[in-house]
Design a protein around this ligand. Structure first.
Ligand SMILES: Cc1ncc(COP(=O)(O)O)c(C=O)c1O
Length: 360
């Protein structure tokens, strides 16, 4: 597949310079078709029939396998969830943190991680990484670790600046459990979970899948408590609700996930080209350079696929106006920045349109 062929898969690119996969990725025609076909199949084949259920079970197994392979995990280590936030809640609640515990995070986290940390009852220690060179992040985060620290919880790629946090180095240096928010990394940059303990996935961003859908990687499923059991948690259940957990991370699966959404994600994962990470990095570099000629661009090159910069006008207002002019970006609340997301489907024309529309 060439770059031009890849672009032609996405209907939205016919109208917009679509630069907001960090919120919601674009959907391909094949994804839309798979969702529609599955919806029709569901209605025509009698939802709830035996064969129909079997088809859902195998669809879930295939999607689990596919997502696991994107992040270097096994299907046994992967729970299907409805979002990254869902995965953060499952992991944080499962750790059973309390007032005697500390968790260490950064000052650039999304509410999807930060809120679960706050309600856990643990003291949340916040490492300052925003506005500092990425090379300092390891030391800054490690310096917040103390004797009561139970877990380090942070994003792999910061949603504000696109900086890549040293998650593997943090694991090696501290030996502590690491919960990684993968919302801005999975599908955008190469990810290998390696020795990390918990890693979340969002379908609807860089994987170009529908929402609500996601996943949670759990390195050792037996070691995490099931805090939010759903039907999928058990293989057998007693009258009093005691149960035998399912093998592997499937015991953490969120409630029922709509089969058309799963079918859409399956199609999106099938279609993603081998060159996706290299191309996304290349267009991100182009974007940084093009914006950098006119504006202050935040952070350093060579990080994730998000580019934030300081616009001349109010960011929220600028984002609204850009949308009217066929360019989709977002503002980053509380920062004065706009943010562009560059994916494997983005091309240099999209970036040139962004720069041109900003100037008018
Ligand atoms: C870093 C980060 N974490 C979590 C989320 C929330 O993701 P989800 O909607 O899958 O819960 C976002 C969404 O923007 C994000 O950027």
């Amino acid at each position: 597949m060439t770059y031009d062929e890849a672009r032609s898969l996405f209907p939205v690119l016919e109208r917009f310079a679509y630069l907001n996969a960090g919120s919601l990725g674009p959907l391909m025609r094949s994804t839309l078709d798979a969702m529609e076909a599955r919806s029709r199949f569901d209605q025509e084949q009698g939802r709830g029939g035996h064969a129909w259920f079997e088809s859902v079970v195998s669809l879930r197994a295939r999607v689990r396998e596919q997502i696991a392979s994107v992040i270097g995990a096994t299907a046994e280590q992967l729970a299907l969830t409805s979002s990254t936030t869902d995965g953060c809640n499952i992991a944080v609640a499962g750790l059973g943190l309390g007032s005697g515990d500390d968790v260490v995070t950064t000052d650039s986290e999304h509410p999807g991680l930060l809120l679960p940390l706050h309600v856990s009852g643990a003291q949340v220690r916040v490492a300052e990484v925003a506005g500092h060179p990425t090379a300092e992040a390891l030391e800054r985060i490690v310096s917040c670790v103390g004797p009561r620290t139970r877990v380090l919880a942070l994003s792999h790629v910061l949603w504000t600046t696109g900086q890549v946090m040293p998650v593997h180095e943090l694991k090696r240096e501290t030996g502590l459990p690491l919960l990684v928010d993968g919302a801005q990394s999975v599908g955008a940059i190469p990810v290998d979970v390696g020795e990390l303990d918990y890693y979340t996935v969002s379908s609807q961003k860089w994987l170009c899948g529908p929402e609500p859908l996601g996943a949670l990687y759990v390195r050792e499923p037996d070691s995490l408590r099931i805090a939010f059991p759903t039907y999928f948690a058990q293989t057998s259940i007693e009258r009093d609700g005691s149960f035998v957990p399912k093998d592997g991370a499937a015991r953490f699966d969120s409630g029922w996930l709509a089969p058309p959404m799963l079918a859409g994600l399956e199609a999106a994962l099938d279609e993603a080209p081998d060159w996706r990470y290299e191309r996304a990095a290349e267009v991100t570099a182009y974007c940084r350079k093009a914006l950098g000629a006119e504006y202050e661009v935040i952070g350093e090159p060579g990080q994730g696929t998000l580019v934030s910069w300081v616009p001349r006008a109010d960011p929220a207002e600028s984002a609204r106006e850009l949308y009217e002019r066929g360019v989709v970006v977002r503002d980053v609340p509380g920062t004065g920045w706009l943010r562009a997301s560059c994916g494997w489907w983005t091309n240099e024309d999209d970036i040139d349109r962004l720069v041109a529309r900003l100037a008018t």
